[in-house]
Write a protein that binds this ligand. Structure first.
Ligand code: NAD
Length: 364
């Protein structure tokens, strides 16, 4: 029987609730595909820090090193709880960025997808999104401002100051832009390159590389858009977009806007792809405001499982079945409480009920 070993990092806040549903779906796929998933749970994030003294403990690194792919719940604490942890061990700095760096997961795929029958979830006017929303945002994930050198201290005048650097070399830009051209080719062949070259030198180099690579992709319609204009365009006319590519921080911000136009961050799964190893996580955070209430939307986590099956294990058919199963649950009139129900006709279900219904749809 084929076997895949998966490191499962439950994370913080709603992480464990979401992972439970993802695992139900994995087990359902297991029984219908004959593929065995060996799940290796390991601590990661804020809770890991409080339990072990490290937010990315050595034992977790060993589990991740040995696995075929990593399934990660969101991590992070409320601002108040974060401040109880030394700055360098706070979940993003101490766990998330080191995870990305360790496996060089440079290509972050964030689907912003709402099929036509679900556009009532979106806060946008229906006439602007008839036919649905279908965008892939591709975010560079291991460079730029988040990974640049940092310095802080006091000026000669006694003022506290901070300095952070934004660095990219041409190979880092070329790698991510190439991924985006290839992805565009598989879809509608429209690529929007998001930049800020009117202000940032990093974007001037970005655009140089984009122009160079474009010569190898004459079949892809290339469009350039400044990041602030892209934010407005996503709200006013999201249907113009197919694939969007951008540097790390632009992608962090614009992809949450993507979740906003869908109607909830709970509809935002993601794949963080490296050369050797990839990990899969919802695009959103640990949502401390709703943790433990059983109301979080597990679509983002189950969608991350679908992306893992497709990208890490070549199980495209099973991945498609998961997307279809989730659409069936919504199509049958069920929803989670984060999503809009303008006509008041939908039945609100819990996190675990949603997972159970996805499993039933897979089994039927
Ligand atoms: P968040 O993404 O956790 O939540 C923003 C809003 O979206 C909240 O109202 C939340 O309830 C809602 N939401 C998010 N996911 C949802 C879901 N699946 N179902 C229903 N509603 C959902 O952002 P935040 O509150 O700014 O951050 C909380 C923590 O998460 C912080 O510590 C932050 O640093 C961390 N974070 C982690 C990651 C990650 O693990 N990759 C990403 C972003 C933020």
């Amino acid at each position: 029987m084929p076997k895949h070993t998966i490191a499962v990092l439950e994370g913080d806040g709603i992480g464990p609730e979401l992972i439970r549903e993802a695992v139900k779906v994995l087990r359902a796929i297991e029984s219908r595909s004959g593929v065995h998933f060996d799940l290796q749970y390991a601590p990661f994030g804020g809770r890991a820090y409080f339990d072990t003294g490290a937010s990315f403990p050595e034992e977790t690194k060993a589990v991740c090193d040995a696995c075929d792919a990593i399934l990660k719940g969101p991590i992070g604490l409320s601002l108040e709880d974060s401040r109880k942890i030394p700055v360098e061990e706070q979940p993003e700095r101490g766990a998330l960025l080191p995870l990305r760096q360790r496996y060089h997961t440079y290509a972050n795929f964030r689907p912003v997808y709402l099929p036509p029958e679900l556009i009532h979830f979106s806060p946008l006017r229906p006439d602007r999104i008839q036919g649905g929303i279908d965008i892939i945002m591709i975010r560079e994930l291991v460079g730029g401002l988040y990974f640049g050198e940092k310095e802080h201290g006091e000026t000669q005048e006694g003022l506290r100051y901070v300095k952070e650097t934004l660095e990219y070399d041409e190979s880092e830009i070329r790698n991510i832009v190439q991924v985006a051209f290839e992805e565009a080719r598989k879809r509608r062949s429209i690529l929007h390159s998001v930049h800020k070259s009117n202000v940032l030198m990093s974007s001037v180099l970005w655009n140089d590389i984009v122009f160079e690579l474009a010569q190898h992709y004459p079949d892809v319609q290339l469009k350039h858009i400044i990041v602030d204009a892209a934010a407005a365009a996503l709200v006013l006319n999201p249907q113009q977009f197919d694939v969007m590519v951008m540097e790390n921080m632009f992608g962090d911000i614009l992809s949450d806007l993507g979740g906003g136009i869908l109607g909830s961050l709970g509809l935002m799964p993601s794949a963080c792809v490296g050369i050797q190893k990839s990990y899969y996580e919802p695009s959103h955070g640990s949502a401390p405001d709703i943790a433990g209430k059983g109301i979080a939307n597990p679509y983002s986590m189950i969608g991350s499982v679908a992306l893992m099956l497709e990208k890490s294990f070549g199980m495209e058919e099973e991945s498609r079945q998961i997307w279809n199963a989730m659409r069936q649950v919504f199509g049958a009139g069920f929803t989670t409480s984060d999503l809009r129900d303008p006509e008041g006709k939908l039945k609100i279900i819990s996190t675990s009920d949603f997972g159970d219904r996805v499993v039933s749809a897979l089994q039927s």
